[in-house]
Structure formats: C-alpha cells, structure tokens
Design a protein around this ligand. Structure first.
Ligand SMILES: C[S@@+](CC[C@H](N)C(=O)[O-])C[C@H]1O[C@@H](n2cnc3c(N)ncnc32)[C@H](O)[C@@H]1O
Length: 269
C-alpha cells in the first residue's frame, strides 16, 4: 500500500511534483523557470530518502513491524468495529524518527520510558532496543486491537520483553502510575493531539517525570497547519494551541526539531 505524505516536506514534494508535471505541458514557458521548479521539487523530494540513507538502518524486528503494519487493512478493521477509531499506517513514526528516539534514550541514559500512544509499537520497540537489559518501556494505548497487534510483534523481537502495554485511556494510566510512585526518564507523547496539554501538565505536576527527565512530543508541526493560512483541522488547532502554551510556559525549555512531522524536545527548567 502506498504511504500518503503526512509531513510538511512530504506534502511540499507532492505539490511541487504536481506543479512540475503541469508546467511540463506548457510549451512556451521559460526553460530557466522550469529548471528552477524542477530543482525545488528535487530539493523537497530527495530529503527523506537521503535522511534514510544516512541513518543507521533499523533492526530486522522493526522492519518486520513496518511490513506487518503496512499489510493490514486498517479501514476495514475500523468499519468492522475491531478498532475504536480509524487508525492508519501513516501513524507509524518510522526509521529516522525511531533512530532519533533510540539516540535520545542513549544520550539521556534512560532506564524507564513512558510512551503515550503506541499504535503498532514502532517507537516503543525502537526505544526498548536502546534501553539497558533491565530497562522498561510502559506503553499506553487505548485500542485493544492494535495493542494485541503490537504485542505479537514484540513477542517475536529480542527487545519486546522490556515493553509493558497498558490498554486504557492514557490519562487514566498516567494517573495510576503517578499514584503508584512510578518515575520516567523519558516520555514520548504521541497520542490524541487534543490531549497533549493535559499529558504535559500531569507530567509536570506529579512525580511521573524524573527531575532531569526529557519529554518528546510528536507531530508538533502537524503537516504545517500551525503556520499555514487557511482552515486547520481539529488536530491542527490542538497542536497550534499546545505549541503556544508551551512557548508561554515558564516551567519548561523546549526546541521544535523539524524531523518528520515535528518533534518537540522539552525539559523542566
Ligand atoms: C500516532 S499513533 C502512535 C504511533 C506510535 N507512537 C509510533 O511511533 O509508531 C497514536 C496512537 O495513540 C492512540 N491513542 C489515541 N488516543 C489515546 C488515548 N487517549 N490514550 C491512549 N492511546 C491513545 C491511538 O489509538 C493510536 O494508536
């Protein structure tokens, strides 16, 4: 199945490709203009493949998880009532972002990771691979079908035993974890976008986040919607609000890294 572009650069490349093919058909157009447009297209379209090429390859277990995720008919799973919401293969973070998360686990020397929004488990497994032998990923996922799907992939991998899946709304799981005195060195937020502000507040107002803990929030560029003119989707509005609240929050310091659909790194000050 073809993967739909869901990142600012992917969408830009698709738009430029369409423009290149449209101007191709215009005979009396300046050749230099066509050449510049072609170059703009190549700049955008070549970036992701080049990043993939220059990044350490993913493990066989992660590659198998991608294949399995891509061969599932997620629309049918939803229409048959097996998943609680419409999931799609594009939700999976993938090779370069997975490698970035692995790097962050190594750099922070994290032992305990909390993931909020697991889907088929790509980022959870990537981070588990980077953890020490006694490390733990607690992965929150609301959808029982996809949680079982991910668990099968974990069972066939070498690092999957480090992942503990909690099937419930993430906020409930997080409140319970906080009550139980659980502490995490790294937290990856990648669930419902409208919930991001609540997740962040809970992390900052309970003992869930270790004193020097790192929070990574995904999709903070949301396909460019926060800075584009025109109407944004519900997710676009939610992310724009989250980004603004974060920028105004004196409790934290953050950087929005334009990796894939945007990854914001956040730490307490
Ligand atoms: C973008 S996907 C996660 C992708 C995954 N982190 C990866 O990198 O492959 C978001 C997931 O969050 C789950 N989700 C949405 N709302 C949730 C909630 N309130 N609590 C827990 N999980 C939720 C969805 O079911 C979906 O599987």
């Amino acid at each position: 199945m073809t993967v739909r572009p869901v990142t600012p650069v992917g969408i830009l490349a698709a738009k430029l490709e369409s423009l290149v093919s449209q101007v191709e058909k215009i005979d009396n157009l300046d050749r230099a203009f066509k050449a510049q447009l072609q170059q703009a297209y190549e700049l955008a379209n070549g970036l992701d493949p080049y990043l993939n090429l220059c990044t350490t390859p993913e493990s066989p277990a992660l590659a198998a998880l991608v294949k399995r995720t891509q061969s599932e008919d997620w629309s049918k799973r939803f229409s048959d009532g097996e998943t609680v919401r419409h999931l799609e293969q594009e939700m999976l973070s993938g090779h370069v972002e997975g490698q970035m998360l692995k790097f962050l686990v190594h750099l922070t020397k994290a032992q305990r990771v909390l993931e909020i929004g697991m889907f088929t488990g790509y980022s959870a497994l990537a981070m588990a691979e980077a953890l020490p032998v006694d490390g733990v990923v607690v992965a929150c996922e609301v959808d029982a079908y996809v949680a079982e799907f991910a668990q099968k992939c974990f069972d066939e991998s070498t690092a999957g035993h480090k992942i503990s899946v909690k099937v419930a709304p993430a906020l409930e799981t997080m409140k319970q974890l906080a009550q139980d005195g659980e502490v995490f060195d790294l937290v990856f937020i990648d669930a419902d976008k409208a919930g991001y502000t609540d997740y962040l507040n809970l992390l900052l107002t309970t003992g869930l986040l270790a004193p020097n803990g790192l929070i990574c929030a995904d999709n903070t560029l949301m396909q460019g919607q926060p800075y584009l003119s025109g109407t944004a989707t519900e997710n676009g509005v939610a992310i724009a609000k989250f980004n603004q609240a974060l920028a105004d929050d004196p409790r934290v310091e953050q950087v929005l890294v334009p990796l894939r659909d945007g990854l914001t790194l956040i730490r307490r000050v």
